[in-house]
Write a protein that binds this ligand. Structure first.
Ligand code: A2P
Length: 393
């Protein structure tokens, strides 16, 4: 009989198919087909390099098995199998200790497994994949930032016609750039966060919007930013089952973002605006950009009433003003944030530049400590309860 071993797996329901793990794995143990991203038990040496880079925590799944699941089995999964009863678990405990130490190291910092809010609606995931993408028609492409700002951020509207494409606020979709890479293989899809609410960019239309920044030499961002009305594009997804908003109208939302990281928060805000729930919990946003004319949706955001959304728009390169980052403003709002951190109805969302994560955590740590609380304990409890969400890139 085989000795039980711990197998590294990826949760296909939560994975957003960004393929970062596959690109990170030094021993090429991670691979994908049209459907799933999977781990080869024969190659995985538990180096844990893939753990901190995963934006969703879907990479962090382990099963004790006597015979490892094959790649073919994993390619077929829509969901992870439950842990099977293993008769003889000898040796597994020792393995667990070593693994726990490795995992603790990989999880240092904010990374880690995230959970959907308890009251979130159930998202549809992976309806369209590489082998069977949806076709969307471009019905809008507007520049959101000024020419002078030097930053080209676009509001892109995609219509899915008669194809079902249900998305919830906070989910992402993949766009497949046309053509092939240097090896002649089709390009992998690039992920974009949806910036419209579930009932469509236009209410009750089968459309959605994206907020896309043109990156110098960015293969897909240039393709998307240059799309013309009427163009057809190939789309995968929807993806994402954790960075979702609570349905509970009394939930309080604290949203921290930079640049295009604001996309899901536009969706959250529009959802709350359109559902007009009575007795709604408040929403607070800290949004960092270089200047007002490079802050996506600066104009429309200004029209959202402060009772619905408390806005802290923070600028780092405004002439004549001191450089300010979101975490600096958070420190100035210590009292309001301490109140939010202490409230079990509060949900925290962080989205944007990876570099911001550390500064934002430090601000939370300092605010927690000022009220005698441990930030690590607060954050871990919030994450366990599906109230702490980070998506940085
Ligand atoms: P900076 O002026 O220092 O680049 P971008 O325009 O590149 O998408 O960035 C959005 C905003 O995030 C900018 O104001 C940028 O400031 C800011 N930013 C850059 N690094 C960090 C960081 N480590 N923490 C918080 N904000 C940051």
């Amino acid at each position: 009989m085989n000795k039980p071993l711990k197998q590294h797996l990826i949760d296909p329901e939560i994975c957003i198919r960004c393929y970062t793990c596959e690109m990170t794995c030094p021993v090429e143990a991670i691979t994908h087909d049209d459907n799933n991203v999977v781990v080869d038990a024969e190659k995985c040496d538990f180096c844990m390099d893939c753990i901190p880079v995963c934006p969703t925590g879907s990479i962090d799944e382990w099963r004790v098995v006597e015979t490892p699941y094959s790649l073919d089995e994993q390619f077929e999964w829509d969901e992870l199998p439950a842990q099977e009863e293993i008769g003889e678990a000898s040796g597994v405990e020792a393995l667990d200790d070593a693994m726990a130490a490795l995992l603790a190291e990989a999880h240092a910092g904010a990374g880690g497994k995230s959970k959907a809010p308890a009251s979130a609606a159930k998202p549809s995931v992976n309806l369209y994949n590489l082998g069977k993408p949806a076709t969307a028609r471009v019905t809008g492409n507007y520049r959101l930032t000024s020419e002078e700002s030097g930053s080209d951020v676009r509001h892109i509207i995609l219509d899915f016609g008669a194809q079902p494409f249900p998305v919830l606020e906070g989910q992402s979709i993949g766009i497949i750039p046309p053509g092939t890479d240097a090896d002649g293989k089709p390009h992998l899809p690039r992920l974009y966060s949806v910036s419209s609410p579930r009932d469509g960019e236009r209410p009750n239309y089968n459309n959605l919007s994206l907020t896309v920044k043109r990156e110098e030499k960015g293969l897909c961002s240039n393709y998307v930013c240059d799309l013309k009305i009427g163009d057809e594009i190939k789309v995968t997804g929807p993806f994402g089952a954790t960075f979702l908003m609570p349905e509970d109208p009394a939930a309080r939302l604290l949203m921290v973002c930079t640049g295009t990281g604001s996309a899901p928060f536009r969706a959250f805000t529009m959802r709350r605006q359109r559902s007009k729930a009575g007795g709604a919990g408040d929403m607070t946003m800290f949004f960092g950009a270089r200047t007002p004319d490079s802050l996506p949706y600066f104009g429309p955001l200004g029209k959202v009433p402060e009772q619905l959304l408390k806005k802290h728009l923070v600028f780092s390169r405004q002439p004549g003003q001191q450089k300010e980052y979101v975490q600096h403003r958070m420190m100035n709002e210590e009292e309001a944030l301490a109140d939010l951190l202490a409230d079990p109805k509060t949900h925290i969302y962080i989205c944007g530049l990876r570099g911001m994560e550390q500064g934002v955590e430090e601000a939370f740590r300092s605010i927690s400590e000022s009220t005698g609380q441990s930030w690590d304990a607060t954050r871990d409890a919030m994450r366990d309860e599906g109230r702490y969400h980070v998506e940085t890139y």
